[in-house]
Write a protein that binds this ligand. Structure first.
Ligand code: GLU
Length: 303
């Protein structure tokens, strides 16, 4: 991932674990059965919390179209089978949409949000115009070319997405950085505002079908649940820049990060939810034990 290097100034250094342990979470979206990659993420979150900390379970179910109740039950069954116990009640993201909307209003009051009526097709067409050069794909998809920037919230329609004006947002905060504790890129990462404008751009904070977005909800719920260390796949490393910016704008406490590698199949392809062969329920039915699963993931036996 060479782009990461230009995203940040990087000072390799690992910070020690706080003696009281970290508060971590496993945050699956209930859109399919859990597979080995999820087991890996859940084990890492639980191991990082350790006996002194707290390991929480959050169900990220803001995408009502794709989420299913049956998958939520299956997630809890699979985690229990793996021997993982989460602290306190399960946090369902969809129960907290009111606070996500309130935060969006706070950003609107700061003049940082504008309504966007562009469809994906409009954006693709604008990006293929000859003067645009090669389209940039960042952690939030194509970097938005900006046709609706400058529209005011007074002109918003119910079907509009709401975008963050990245340049303006960055002008309201000081230097942004985050501490990565994971083994892949441990150290202090200092974010480069020019990189964020060019490579991320005006991200959608409220999707027209949801009234929120992954980026907004994840940051708010991490703060509301008192998470101190976010553990997740390295595919979300670059999105961390968006999250750190939102934390600064919304005055939320900073968290440390632990991005882990992704579990791949023999062909090197990342496991997908539709890949039933590696579903935990299949492996379990075939007689695998939780200890076998840890070994197959290269994790030390349960601490
Ligand atoms: N819900 C996301 C997923 O299932 C995880 C998001 C996160 O950990 O920040 O991939």
């Amino acid at each position: 991932m060479p782009r990461l290097r230009s995203a940040v100034g990087w000072l390799p250094k690992r910070t020690p674990m706080p003696p009281e342990g970290a508060v971590t979470r496993f945050a699956p979206s209930p859109t399919g059965p859990l597979h080995l990659g999820h087991a890996y993420a859940a084990f890492i979150a639980a191991d990082r919390a350790g006996p002194q900390g707290r390991f929480l379970l959050r169900i990220e179910d803001i995408d009502r179209e794709r989420c299913r109740e049956s998958y939520i039950r299956a997630i809890m069954d699979d985690l229990t089978w793996l021997g993982l116990t989460w602290h306190g009640p399960v946090w369902r993201q969809s129960d907290h949409l009111g606070s996500h909307r309130a935060a969006l209003k706070q950003l609107m009051a700061q003049g940082l949000i504008y309504p966007c009526k562009c469809s994906r097709g409009d954006i693709r067409a604008a990006l293929s115009a000859p003067q645009e050069g090669a389209p940039v794909i960042g952690p939030d998809g194509f970097v938005y070319p900006g046709a609706c920037r400058g529209r005011s919230m007074a002109e918003a329609h119910a079907q509009d997405a709401l975008r963050l004006d990245m340049r303006r947002a960055l002008s309201r905060v000081g230097r942004l950085s985050f501490v990565e504790n994971g083994p892949l890129r441990a150290g202090l990462h200092v974010l480069d505002p020019d990189w964020m404008i060019a490579q991320i751009g005006d991200v959608v904070l409220s999707r027209r079908d949801m009234g929120t977005s992954y980026h907004l909800s994840v940051v708010l719920d991490d703060a509301a649940q008192g998470i101190t260390e976010v553990t997740r796949g390295v595919d979300l490393f670059e999105a961390t820049a968006i999250h750190v910016l939102l934390q600064a704008l919304l005055k939320l406490p900073p968290v440390t990060y632990w991005h882990h590698d992704l579990i791949r199949d023999e062909g090197g392809k990342r496991l997908a939810k539709r890949d039933d062969a590696r579903a935990l329920s299949t492996l379990r039915a075939e007689g695998a034990t939780p200890a076998d699963i840890r070994v197959s993931l290269g994790l030390p036996s349960a601490p």
